[in-house]
Design a protein around this ligand. Structure first.
Ligand code: HPA
Length: 234
């Protein structure tokens, strides 16, 4: 047990999928897993462990933002011997041609967050997703016929910001923005573990188009299937 996770060590799988929203974890467990059980409910940060096509997997909610993702992924890697984490989330697109519901595979997370410096005393602002996991995701997407947009994201600590999207897009190849990948990649690097992030576009910050909750759920399912199939195929 840790200050934030009540699960027993043996109740967490080596492979973890992390959505932000606790209720998404419940939905994923109910829709995709067999023999699943609730393994954490501290602060309602729900987590379930079960079988996907016979392979053990844990679905653990990260909460929103780098500090929350930072706590849970650190504890999972460091105290629960988790080896692989795939974050599945949403993002706001920085390019008008990146349509709603398209899927982004994060090559690098760019951030001005202090998370990585405080953890590692290294000043990297561009942290990579794991190459092995990313390759497995690419191969699986090809098999499932899911188009992936490969590029960087801007990982912000401030949802209500006013950043220069064109500059971030041009100078750092940031296709989109989200709020959790930087802490996840920083923890993975520090602890010698593997982490990747896949995102669906929930809003386009150039055209101001937004998804409806129902359509968001459908595109989310496609991304979950990609993450689950990656775990059994890697
Ligand atoms: N900003 C930050 N994170 C996000 C956004 C956004 O516009 N959309 C989805 N996640």
């Amino acid at each position: 047990m840790t200050p934030h996770i009540e699960a027993k060590k043996e109740d967490i799988a080596k492979d973890v999928i992390m959505p932000g929203d606790p209720l998404r974890c419940k939905m994923i467990a109910e829709k995709y897993l067999t023999d699943y059980k609730l393994v954490n409910s501290v602060r309602n940060q729900l987590a379930y462990t079960g079988l996907y096509k016979g392979k053990r997997v844990t679905i653990f909610s990260s909460g929103m933002g780098n500090p929350s993702m930072g706590i849970y992924s650190y504890e999972l890697f460091n105290f629960y011997n988790v080896e692989n984490i795939i974050r599945v989330g949403s993002c706001g697109a920085f390019r008008k041609e990146l349509n709603l519901y398209e899927v982004v595979l994060v090559e690098n997370s760019y951030s001005t967050s202090n998370y990585n410096y405080e953890l590692t005393k290294e000043n990297d602002r561009l942290l990579p997703g794991n190459k092995f996991l990313n390759n497995a995701i690419l191969k699986t997407a090809e098999k499932l016929n899911i188009k992936l947009n490969l590029g960087n994201v801007y990982c912000t600590d401030v949802f209500y910001n006013d950043v220069d999207k064109e500059y971030l897009s041009k100078s750092f190849n940031c296709l989109a923005t989200e709020m959790e990948s930087f802490a996840l990649f920083s923890n993975a690097k520090k602890l010698g573990k593997k982490a990747s992030t896949i995102l669906t576009v929930s809003d386009n910050l150039i055209t101001n188009e937004e998804t409806s909750p129902e359509e968001r759920q459908n595109s989310f399912n496609q991304m979950i299937e990609l993450a689950l199939e990656t775990i059994i195929n890697k």
